[in-house]
Write a protein that binds this ligand. Sequence first.
Ligand code: SAM
Length: 243
Amino acid sequence: THFGFKTVEADKKADLVAGVFHSVAAKYDIMNDVMSFGIHRLWKRFTIETAGARPGMKVLDLAGGTGDLTAKFSKLVGDKGQVILADINDSMLKVGRSKLRDLGVVGNVDYVQANAEALPFPDNHFDIITIAFGLRNVTDKDAALRSMQRVLKPGGKLLVLEFSKPQHELMRQVYDMYSFKILPKMGDIITQDAGSYEYLAESIRMHPDQETLKAMMQDAGFEQVDYINMTDGIVALHRGYKF
Ligand code: SAM
């Protein structure tokens, strides 16, 4: 931006996010299971079903972290397809790569360290892009969405799986209490790192709600944008196409 202080704020956020994911990488998977009571597996499964990956397709799993979606896509696109797991954080990439290798997910998967705001891929390249629980951490979300739009093929599909806004007041209260009070304590016990989980709760609260994210995707050039709430809107899956 033109304003120095904004750049400083942006750098600060990027540093904070980097610190959080370097810190949690080793225990990221177990924390996901514990904190979501395993429900993140259902959210991810639904995302995969919605993606409609077929043999031969090129898929980008952006902010792919420890590779849960990549592992599933790898099976679906087969030998002739390709999955790229891209993430800005080398600690997360390392954990992801070694986990997937242990699972025998090899051959059609590549790992790329990249910032979602400036993707190092050619125009019109991917059939499917997913970003699961990643967009929230990106400093310039509009730049990231435009970058995804650029590298998606015409006819291609973007899926954004992200925390969103619970639809019922009661759920909102329970969820706020859970994420601000209980979650940092659990983080502290399991990872000795309450700060990272305070960041998590804060980043969830700051993230655009369903309609705002939909408008952001439209502004970035996506068409037929819609979303599906899961678990009362604690999480939403947004879908958009490039034509
Ligand atoms: N997609 C995985 C999942 O659903 O389990 C990992 C999600 S994890 C909560 C968020 C990931 O976003 C981290 O691995 C982090 O390094 C990555 N990330 C944060 N900012 C990013 C950016 N600007 N570009 C690419 N990845 C980023």
